[in-house]
Design a protein around this ligand. Structure first.
Ligand code: IPD
Ligand code: CA
Length: 271
């Protein structure tokens, strides 16, 4: 692997620090308190400690950069903005279900240019720099070669916070169930995107996400040769919180299903 961009190196250091905080805490699951931010949306002291570890490393290296972080919000004004999810998959973490990660992206003038996703349970480090490819533990990764939805394994996330949108989601879910090789809901969107990038999943869709769930993963997917968009096929996924991605051909088929089922009318209620 060629020399890393210095800002990517800093992000890796920050992600590993946060990973160490999370791993240590995972060995003593009774020791941290869990608070509900809203219905089915939890935060632990570990999320906060991991976020502090990330921000300390980034601020020391780049004191003038702006930050957008899940637990502490937005701070600073700069053309460089770090987008941080210190612990993506908090519900999994709380239950000891080993599927969670640290996600850090750098956005420069509105474009994501550096990405790190670190899974401390498997010691898997996914990184990407714009125009320079995506890597998993120093090995170049690419999306899978699958071209047909029929043979594809597709990731998703369930709408779990509120009932709004559940019918539209279930229509899409039903079609993808019939038209793919299978669906997985592993519980950490950043890792779902990283798994598309390295070919473990062939596509992924979810709605109701935050920018920190997607920013780093979106660059991994693109640098691994995949495609990604919002539900309209446009590039506003970070702003709109909805994402479809996959290998170029699977992406197109998945987007078609999403769009068809979005337009599909609810069956008329009989009187
Ligand atoms: C969550 C996970 C989950 C997705 C949620 C996210 P968090 O992130 O990525 O897979 O379905 O929408 O909020 O809250 O654990 O960082
Ligand atoms: Ca989180």
């Amino acid at each position: 692997m060629h020399a890393l961009h210095p800002m990517l190196n800093t992000a890796i250091k920050a992600a590993r620090r946060a990973g160490a905080v999370i791993s240590r805490a995972s060995r003593d699951p009774g020791a941290f308190t869990v608070t509900a931010k809203r219905r089915n949306d939890f935060v632990t002291e570990v999320d906060k400690a991991a976020e502090e570890a990330v921000i300390e490393v980034l601020r020391t290296a780049y004191p003038d950069h702006a930050i957008l972080a899940e637990e502490s919000g937005a701070s600073g004004q700069s053309e460089y903005e770090w987008i941080i999810d210190p612990l993506d998959g908090t519900t999994n973490f709380i239950h000891g279900f080993p599927q969670y990660a640290v996600s850090i992206a750098l956005r420069h003038k509105g474009v994501v240019t550096q990405a790190v996703i670190f899974d401390p349970t498997r010691n898997e480090l996914f990184v990407a720099s714009r125009g320079r490819g995506a890597y998993l533990n120093d090995q170049r990764i690419r999306v899978s070669k699958r071209a047909h939805l029929k043979e594809s394994l597709i990731g998703t996330g369930f709408p779990y916070r509120e009932a709004g949108g559940i019918d539209e989601y279930l229509r899409i879910f039903k079609r993808v169930t019939f038209e793919s090789a299978g669906i997985r809901r592993a519980g950490a969107a950043a890792l779902d995107l990283a798994y598309v990038a390295c070919g473990r999943l062939d596509g992924f869709w979810e709605k109701g996400l935050a920018p920190w769930d997607m920013a780093a993963g979106s660059l991994l997917v693109l640098e691994a040769g995949g495609l990604i968009s919002d539900f309209d096929g446009e590039a506003e996924f970070l702003e709109r919180g909805e994402v479809v991605c996959g290998t170029p051909k699977v992406f197109a088929q998945l987007l078609q299903v999403v769009q068809q089922q979005r337009r599909a009318r609810e069956p008329e209620q009989s009187a």
